[in-house]
Design a protein around this ligand. Structure first.
Ligand code: GDP
Ligand code: MG
Length: 163
């Protein structure tokens, strides 16, 4: 069967923009307002000849900190079921937030390969966030700009061993 890759991250980091970039079409709604992606969207992605299903999620929208552990357990069962790899997206311009750390802690406990993606890394404004993201303990981040299409092909190296 075709492998499945799931995009995970807090609101507004650029998950849907990356999804659209990998699908090559605008299937997911991108907006400055968090919470636009209401459900999971699946698309056909291709990266340097590597074909996979890509899933856009919005599991952490609208959630307050108190309900987070429960939401994460639910996400483990729903989002990651059948996943061959996870793209964990952070916003290099915003840096690492407590919610990023929370999601990162959860992802370190799951049995799915994680590729850390430092999005919005175009220009110099993302440098500090990129270096900060090493502290998540999820390996070397892949810096890219989903919006400008820079560095997206570099995801190949992180994904191909797993899918
Ligand atoms: P999501 O909530 O994680 O799905 O994030 P979206 O894909 O909806 O994007 C949130 C905002 O970030 C939008 O205003 C996008 O245009 C912007 N954005 C996405 N990717 C990039 C990027 O590579 N660089 C910059 N500067 N902005 C981006
Ligand atoms: Mg979205």
């Amino acid at each position: 069967a075709k492998p499945t890759v799931i995009i995970i991250g807090r609101p507004n980091v650029g998950k849907s923009t990356l999804f659209n970039r990998l699908v090559g079409k605008k299937l997911a709604l991108v907006d400055d307002q968090p919470g636009v992606t209401r459900d999971r969207r699946v698309g056909d992605a291709e990266l340097a000849g590597l074909k996979f299903d890509i899933v856009d999620t919005a599991g952490w929208e609208d959630e307050d900190a108190e309900s987070l552990p429960g939401r994460m357990r639910a996400q483990t069962e729903v989002s990651l079921e059948g996943a061959d790899a996870v793209l964990f997206v952070i916003d290099a311009r915003a840096g690492i937030t407590p919610l990023d750390e929370e999601i990162g802690r959860w992802l370190r406990t799951v049995d799915v390969p994680i590729v850390l993606v430092a999005n919005k890394a175009e220009g110099k404004a993302g440098d500090a966030g990129l270096y900060e993201s090493f502290s998540l303990g999820l390996g070397d981040p892949v810096p890219l700009s989903a919006e400008h299409g820079e560095g997206v092909a570099d995801l190949f190296e992180g994904l191909w061993p797993h899918i």
